[in-house]
Design a protein. Sequence first.
Length: 374
Amino acid sequence: MTKMIYPGQTIGIIGGGQLGRMMAVAAKEAGYKVAVLEPTMDSPCGQVADIRIVAPYDDEAALEELAEVSDVITYEFENIDYEGLKRLTEIAYVPQGAELVRITQNRVTEKAAIVEAGCPVAPYVVADTYEQLCESIEQIGFPCIIKTARGGYDGKGQQLLKSNDDLPFAKSLFDHSQCIAEGFVPFTKEISVIVQRNGHGETYCLPVGENIHVNHILHETIVPARITHDTATLAEEAAMKIADYLKLVGTLAVEIFVLEDGNIVINECAPRPHNSGHYSIEACNISQFTQHIRAVCGWPLRKPRLWAPSIMVNVLGQHVVALTNSISKYPDWSIHLYGKTEAKVNRKMGHVTIMTDDLNTALQKIKESGIWPE
Ligand code: AMP
C-alpha cells in the first residue's frame, strides 16, 4: 500500500555516501528529518542527517533502530544485504521493497529481468565454475567480457578476453561468485536513462545522458546525449518497460550501449539515483534526488524538463586541489563536494555541473583547470 509521508516525518536512508547526502539535502528542503545508517562516523550523508546510526548495514539491532525512528526507509546503494532488507520490509515502511535489490544486485537475475521486460541485452551465458566457463565460452565467442555476478562496480570484477589463451585470466573471478560471459558490444556511445516511478505507477525519465568513462570510472555526462531522436526514444521506452516490469518505486538508472546503427543494448541497472543524473540538480526543473524523495514519500512526480544543455564532470581525489584553485576562475561552474576527508586517488570527491550551449569551450576550460584525468 502506498502511503503519503509528510514533511516533518523522518526518512531513513541505508548508506551514508554522496548519493545519500544528496537525497538527504533534497529531503531536508521539503522539511523532512533524515536518519542514516552507516558504519563510519563522519560520512557524507551523516554530516547532513538529523539522526546517525553508526553500525554495519546488516546489523540487525541497527536496522531495527532505523525502523523505529523512520516513517519511510530508502537506500542509496544496491549491495545491501537482501535478507536484512527483507526483514526490514516486515517491520518498517520500505516502499521500494526488497525484490528490486535482490534482482539488481546479481547480474544473472538482472539480465533475466531485462530480457523478460522485452529489452535487448548482449548475448551471454552463466557459468558457476571456471570449468563451466571453458565449456560454454564458444557459445559467446571472442572478444567477450567475464563479469562476476555479484559485487562488481566501476569495472571491478571484470575481465576482457580476446581469445581462448586469455581464459585463465578469468579464473580468479570465480573466487568471488558465479560469473556471466557476455559478448563484447561494439558500442559507439554509452548512455543512461534515469527512470523514476511512484507507487501509483506514475513514471518519468530524466533526459538521456551520454557517459564518458576514463579508467572504468564515469568521468563526464553530457546532456542531452549526442544521439538521434529515435535512439533517445528507444532508450526511454526500454527504461520505462524495465521500470514497469520491476514495479519500480523510486529510481532506476539504466545503463545502455548505443550501436553504430542507432539501436541499443541494455548493459545494467542500478536501483538508486546515479552519478550520471547529478546534472539534474541544476539543469532540470526537478533533480533525480528530489524526484526520488517524492516517489518514496508517495507524492505525485513532476515531468522533468532540461533548462539547458549541460556537462557534469566528476571530481576525483587527485583533482580536488585543481578544483579548489578553479573556484574563483569559473563562476558559472556549480561545484559540489561531498565532505569526504581523505582525497584518495580515483575516489569520487565531488562533481561540477556546467550549463552551456558551448560544449567545446566548457570542455576546454575543464581540461585547462586540471580536473581532467591523465
Ligand atoms: P559495467 O560494470 O557492466 O557497467 O561495465 C563497465 C564498463 O565496461 C562499461 O561502462 C563499458 O564501458 C564496458 N563494458 C561492459 N560490458 C561490456 C560489453 N559487453 N561490451 C563492451 N564493453 C563493455
